[in-house]
Design a protein around this ligand. Structure first.
Ligand SMILES: Nc1ncnc2c1ncn2[C@@H]1O[C@H](COP(=O)(O)OP(=O)(O)O)[C@@H](O)[C@H]1O
Ligand SMILES: [Mg+2]
Length: 212
């Protein structure tokens, strides 16, 4: 019998340990001899990575308006789902994705306060039938996230356009994520990001085992 593909997303603020945990979980699946793909949003395909560059690292006089930002994220996701995620899951792979539609709900919906009904429709349109089997929400106070990203070598303490938003914005993001988890407890599992990385990994493995 063919193995069932799995689609697992990681959500939470910058500094929560999403990238760290994705890598650890990839090793776990490698140990099970499962094909495992790690990808990210925005991005994940050549076209979607170009959209990422526009939406996250654009600089110059012309601002990226909130409405444009929302649509660029959705465009990146529509491309990513169809070109990479769905075909991989269909052939039985495990796909681990760094951020997905819940980030749009939390950042553009709860934090930027764009029209939530429209965001829900847009997310549904972009993802189609591609709903995560499980979403791991790494929950962290924004102050702690800032401390961690300031030290992170990967970005040399540089903040992108969205990371540079005020602390109140990031508090709304956190509440938004927790609200999503409360409304979809079957899919979204909240894990405190304050524990040691190895402990968090252990908790995530136990949760993920429920999916297969
Ligand atoms: N559980 C943890 N406790 C303390 N620091 C952590 C933990 N997990 C990751 N870090 C560190 O915090 C920083 C951000 O982690 P990272 O995995 O890049 O987070 P994200 O991808 O969510 O932004 C990195 O410097 C990383 O080494
Ligand atoms: Mg990361």
């Amino acid at each position: 019998m063919a193995v069932k593909g799995l689609f697992i997303t990681f959500e939470g603020p910058e500094g929560a340990g999403k990238t760290t945990q994705l890598k650890m979980l990839r090793e776990y699946f490698a140990g099970l001899a499962r094909e495992c793909i790690v990808t990210r949003e925005p991005g994940g395909t050549p076209i979607a990575e170009q959209l990422r560059q526009l939406v996250k690292h654009h600089s110059g006089d012309e601002p990226v308006f909130a409405e444009t930002e929302l649509l660029l994220f959705a465009a990146s996701r529509a491309q990513h789902v169809r070109f990479l995620i769905e075909p991989a899951v269909a052939r039985g792979a495990v796909v681990l994705c760094d951020r997905f539609a819940d980030s749009t709900t939390a950042y553009q919906g709860y934090a930027r306060k764009l029209d939530m009904d429209f965001i829900r429709s847009l997310n549904r349109y972009a993802v189609g039938n591609c709903i995560p089997d499980m979403t791991i929400l790494l929950d962290l106070p924004p102050e702690e996230g800032f401390k961690r990203t300031a030290k992170r070598a990967e970005t040399a303490g540089q903040h992108d356009r969205i990371e540079a938003e005020a602390l109140t914005f990031h508090h709304r993001v956190r509440q938004g994520f927790l609200e999503i988890a409360r409304s979809e407890p079957q899919r979204v599992k909240v894990v405190s990001a304050l524990a040691a990385a190895a402990d968090i990994h252990h908790q995530i493995v136990e949760l993920v085992k429920q999916c297969f």
